[in-house]
Design a protein around this ligand. Sequence first.
Ligand SMILES: CC(C)(COP(=O)(O)OP(=O)(O)OC[C@H]1O[C@@H](n2cnc3c(N)ncnc32)[C@H](O)[C@@H]1OP(=O)(O)O)[C@@H](O)C(=O)NCCC(=O)NCCS
Length: 267
Amino acid sequence: MKCVVIGAGGHGRVVLDILIRAGQHDPVGFLDSDPRLLGRRVDGRRILGDLDDLSRLVAEHGIAGAVVAIGNNGVRREFAERIEALGMVLINAIHPSANIAPSAILGRNVVVAAGALVCAHCAIGDSVILNTGCIIDHETMIGTASHICPGARLAGRVTVESGAFVGIGATIIQNIRVGCEATIGAGAVVINDVDALDTVVGVPARPAAKAAPAISTASVSERPLTASQALAPVPGPLPDGRATDRGPALHVDCPDAPAPDTVLASS
Ligand SMILES: CC(C)(COP(=O)(O)OP(=O)(O)OC[C@H]1O[C@@H](n2cnc3c(N)ncnc32)[C@H](O)[C@@H]1OP(=O)(O)O)[C@@H](O)C(=O)NCCC(=O)NCCS
């Protein structure tokens, strides 16, 4: 399927690399809102326009799919919703070296980077980034538009609510709930639940003095988040046994995301 990568920054380059290596789709170019980039090439792919040009580009280039490669959790979510409203397919970018259990389910617009490990019965929501080498252990749920940074390790039955940011190298022990749009600092070891919007740092993790969220989403997620979680029907794996490319919409939102046991019961 011909597709575009939304966002030509560092994360966009990573996502392009994943798509090329996975060989599953044909990334024809980028969209980016920076007018200075228009017509230039990034890693061999041209910046074709911005999101407002998408309808025209669909007709001109036969583009049917898109993946939003923007680090800001709120912007990534908002753009994904705009793209779906245009009737386009939100594709996933899954690196060939990622290891995803067949029982795990993924939403749409999910990026799973090199070496990431997703264990049995995990539920990964729409527009989530599972970055390089992170570990998501059994029955863990990652809420819509969260970002799990490189090398982060989440133990079993962790719940990360929507829009949360788990910093590079952070560790979260089993059964912990990280609240909506919370921020976990780089290298933190989280042994207690984290409230929505809080920032915690250190070992063990404690609220950071004067810290602001690593990636502020306040300006773009003004409407209340839905609390639905569409876990069924669960899409089947691809012929090669890998997780499906385009799953059902998988909104894993706060405050009443079901407990991990509920996920198990429905999968
Ligand atoms: C937690 C974080 C978001 C805070 O950023 P910030 O709002 O700019 O906060 P500041 O840098 O002003 O730091 C506030 C306090 O927390 C401390 N702090 C910040 N980050 C910390 C961390 N990761 N571990 C321990 N302490 C930390 C600072 O030393 C400072 O303490 P002080 O007031 O006693 O001096 C940021 O430091 C962080 O860890 N970001 C994660 C980056 C990341 O993972 N990037 C990967 C992208 S793929």
